[in-house]
Design a protein around this ligand. Sequence first.
Ligand code: PHB
Length: 239
Amino acid sequence: MLGRIVRIIEVFGPDTPALGVSELARRADLHVATASRLVERLVGYGWLQRDADRKVRIGVRLWELASRASPTLPLREAAMPYLEDLHAVVRHHTQLAVLDGDEVLFLERLSARHAVINLTRIAGRLPLHASSSGEVLLAHAPAELQERVLSGPLPAYTRFTVTDPKVLRARLADIRRDGYALCPGYIDERATGVAVPVRGPGGAVVAALGVVVPNDDNARATIPALRATALGIARSLTQ
Ligand code: PHB
């Protein structure tokens, strides 16, 4: 029963916000009658909700519960005022991400009108090798995770994505030494991601703070502001 409920909830992805019950049943590999009964109960609890056209979506109650997820809540609360200040200065996408499994998970993203294209979404994921936040987190990840990513497939998003494990390994060393990752055109040729590590009370890297700016010569100019902001977040995490 629990497994079936999990399957229903997990059918909803970033590109699948709403579904009819029969399509939901198909994707969750359940009989329509079973899916329909479980959906009704979940709607009753507010974990799912129905649109005017009867399509099913994740309910606000589930969002409310998930927003309390540990350990992301203290991090987001500490980081938000700093993220807003950085956003006011940089005036481009500003985002906060953590390592989750073998991917980077974005906790927050502040956007800007007329800002450059950005694939990141709040609660969205990207592979570690292809984004600046991902590279920062990978550079400070346990060795076994680094080796797993380096030996796995490194799919290209553009002709600039680093897909050679040797090049990626050298980049990770540079990122640890320089304290930032700069990824021009890795995910979309028009955008550059720039990210720095955010350290927790013990000095370990707990998050990546990044911006997505146009792919031009000005991208580097964001590094001092990113560093100052990451220090501010680290200080407020230790208080
Ligand atoms: C990045 O973090 O490098 C990044 C993320 C999303 C984009 C572009 C770059 O759309």
